[in-house]
Design a binder for this molecule. Structure first.
Ligand code: MEV
Length: 350
């Protein structure tokens, strides 16, 4: 069995605008998805998922997920989870030049599904790594990022940037602008995450921004302005010493930009009442800045605060279900267990 894990992420700046070629700066966080893979002798895929914001389920099928699994959990969530796993398997088989190989796959995730913390990217990145290793092929993290992007692009009907998958594969803070993906030297920022217990529909939210952008010039300008915020933010990071804790001055400036970024995302229609409530609660508690993270519509906000005040404030905010401090994950995709080349031969699997 091969086991790999990959981190989730928060967006310091730039979600949505990155889909239209503006830069974005996501940062990997120490909440990981772990995928275990065991090749089978037949072409069946058997998936057991735990903690994927689901109570846990096991499904087995052959061919594609077009054969709908019969499980007692909400269909859209299962379809989303299965779609990503299927696309990851397809990429792994392609990378290993294999076909008709089945797998037993177990997904264990600390990242809530669809909540803006990059759960699908982490599952796809870890899944491609574990499945290729199981077939005796070792991919460079950049190739895993590229293949994970193709998988997400396919599942999300072409509405995906490289930001989530590159960040999850590489770890740390990254900068993505179209197909130009780089790692950044950034100080460890004091992220506090608030989660409303909900999820957003990434495809619908991205489509909503696309519509607005096509309909109104000022919406297209708003998307470009998000790009300006990102360029300002990355300059601040470039001027900071990555080895030292961030200064209050740096946090204050980054926080202002995060507040501005949230305002523009709100204008683009991707915030929600609970996200706005949590953003305001964080600001009132003394956070340097706060914004939604990811696609929006529900899910998580990220705030900057080295003190415990924002965590306390959010804990008492109606509608905020969970609060945690998120450490920067300096490691991206990594092997947790197992070795390459353990594909069973025909007829040997149970
Ligand atoms: C979703 O985590 C981030 C979006 O920018 C979509 C994407 O970049 O693929 C909304």
């Amino acid at each position: 069995m091969t086991v790999s894990s990959a981190p989730g992420k928060v967006y310091l700046f730039g979600e949505h605008a990155v889909v239209y070629g503006e830069p974005a700066v996501p940062c990997a966080i120490e909440r990981r998805a772990t995928v275990s893979v065991e090749p089978r002798a037949d072409d069946h895929i058997r998936v057991t998922a735990r903690d994927l914001s689901l109570d846990g389920f096991t499904v087995e099928y052959s061919g594609s997920t077009g054969d709908h699994p019969d499980v007692n959990v909400p269909t859209p969530l299962v379809e989303a989870a299965m779609g990503y796993i299927d696309a990851a398997v397809e990429q792994a088989l392609d990378a290993a030049s294999r076909e008709n190989v089945g797998f037993d796959i177990t997904v264990e995730s600390e990242i809530p599904l669809g909540a803006g913390l990059g759960s699908s990217a982490a599952v796809v990145v870890a899944g491609i790594d574990a499945a290729t290793r199981a077939l005796g092929v070792e991919l460079d993290p950049r190739e895993i990022a590229e293949r994970a992007y193709r998988a997400e692009y396919e599942v999300q009907d072409g509405q995906a940037s490289r930001a989530d998958t590159f960040c999850s594969a590489m770890g740390g803070a990254v900068r993505v602008e179209a197909d130009d993906c780089r790692t950044l030297d950034a100080p460890n920022l004091p992220f506090v995450v608030g989660f409303d217990g909900g999820a957003g529909d990434t495809g619908a939210l991205v489509a909503g921004v696309r519509d607005l952008r096509e309909r109104y010039e000022f919406a297209a300008d708003t998307v470009e302005t998000v790009g300006d915020i990102v360029r300002n933010g990355e300059q601040l990071l470039a001027d900071a010493d990555p080895e030292e804790p961030p200064t209050d001055e740096l946090l204050a400036e980054l926080g202002n930009l995060m507040d501005f970024n949230h305002g523009l995302l709100e204008a683009l229609g991707v915030s929600s009442r609970s996200l706005d409530n949590m953003v305001w609660a964080a600001r009132m508690a003394g956070a340097h800045g706060a914004k939604l993270t990811g696609a929006g519509g529900g899910g998580c906000i990220v705030a900057l605060d080295p003190t415990p005040e924002t965590e306390t404030g959010l804990r008492f905010t109606p509608g905020c279900e969970d609060v945690f401090r998120a450490e920067l994950a300096t490691e991206g995709v990594r092997v947790e267990a197992g070795h390459a080349g353990d594909t069973p031969t025909e007829g040997t699997a149970e």
